[in-house]
Design a protein around this ligand. Structure first.
Ligand code: NAP
Length: 321
């Protein structure tokens, strides 16, 4: 347990990320109390049933009153409207943040609605799963995962450090960068891989010459990992691509060129080029294991105790989004 870093945390939106923050903040004692709100009465009711907050209120405007830390945990496209609603009700000196997977658009959409007497420190915890809603969260989600803060230049450094301390208290490692740099880095490490997964799973589904049951039956051959990623929340990912358009298109351009090179190597039977490429990518995987971003155990070390005996074990653990 740590001494509370903030007296009152207001969570606006309590899905996978919001409920994980609530659970982690509770279990570490890093905030004095938690007030939560969500768009639908069903989610608010569930949040109350799960005991995730000290108080559950109907509106975001009500939630932020007297709060010294406010975190919007809603889809990227909804953050501007949340900022417009809470702006007039924010206490002087409060820290306003979010968890959106895109950052430049968040700054663009939220900053104009926030009064000068609050500290705006956008954040992105690079941790998640393909599950959504308040039941999907867990307190350990952020442990040893990165949380990237993208404060605008005018933000008070002490406020940024205080939010960084909060994220460290709930287990994360913190990095600070500009929103634009964040968006470029995440475009290649997260957004493009998700787009590729969405594409492959959709393509396999449309293949007439391979029956649907065969695709499912032989899914161990790499396809199954793609299906897990492609099961990610449609609203969240629609918003990511709509709001990180430029960076994703730039990375997609480079990716298409590289894909053309591999296509040419296959067409020409250029084994040397293929071998060289695959050797290089294998070294990248080793580098990821070396810096502790994944386990070297076969199957990525992800246990799957719920599969029947004899079934192939497989993933389902914290992923990076
Ligand atoms: P989630 O489980 O689907 O929860 C979303 C929450 O936002 C729910 O409380 C939902 O309310 C509310 N909401 C949805 N649309 C809204 C709207 N138009 N206006 C107001 N509230 C709305 O989503 P999540 O996975 O926690 O994602 C939340 C944020 O975290 C997103 O910005 C996402 O980019 C970011 N993020 C996600 C991951 C991940 O892997 N999932 C990782 C890092 C960051 P109701 O339940 O009442 O509909």
């Amino acid at each position: 347990m740590t001494a509370p870093l903030f007296n009152r945390l207001a969570l606006i939106g309590v899905g996978l990320i919001g409920s994980s923050i609530a659970r982690a903040a509770r279990s570490t004692g890093s905030v004095g109390s938690i007030v939560a709100t969500a768009r639908s009465p069903e989610t608010r009711r569930r949040v109350a049933e799960l005991g995730l907050a000290d108080q559950v209120v109907e509106t975001a405007a009500e939630a932020v009153k007297g709060a010294d830390l406010i975190i919007a945990c809603v889809p990227v496209g909804a953050c501007g409207a949340v900022a417009a609603e809470i702006g007039p009700h924010l206490a002087p000196g409060a820290t306003v943040s979010d968890v959106g997977s895109v950052k430049a658009a968040i700054v663009r959409d939220m900053a104009p609605h926030l009064p000068p007497h609050v500290h705006f420190v956008p954040a992105h915890p690079v941790a998640g799963t393909e599950h959504s809603g308040p039941d999907a969260g867990f307190a350990e989600l952020f442990v040893n995962r990165w949380c990237i803060l993208t404060p605008p230049p005018s933000t008070d450094a002490a406020a940024t450090e205080r939010l960084a301390a909060f994220w460290r208290a709930i287990g994360a490692k913190v990095e600070i960068m500009t929103p634009e740099h964040h968006d470029l880095v995440l475009a290649i490490t997260s957004h493009l891989p998700h787009l590729i997964a969405y594409t492959i799973v959709g393509t396999a589904d449309e293949l007439a010459q391979v029956t649907r049951s065969e695709v499912l039956q032989f899914s161990a051959g790499g396809f199954r990992d793609f299906t897990r990623i492609a099961a990610s929340d449609p609203t969240m990912w629609r918003d990511v691509f709509l709001h990180n358009k430029e960076a994703v298109l730039e990375m997609l351009g480079t990716f298409s060129e590289d894909l053309s090179q591999l296509t040419r190597a296959i067409r020409r039977g250029d084994g040397e080029a293929l071998f060289e490429h695959f050797t290089r990518t294998r070294a990248i995987r080793r580098g990821i294991v070396e810096i502790g971003q994944d386990s070297p155990a076969p199957d990525f070390g992800r246990p799957h105790p719920d599969l029947p005996q004899g079934a192939l074990p497989r993933p389902y653990a914290a992923d990076e989004s």
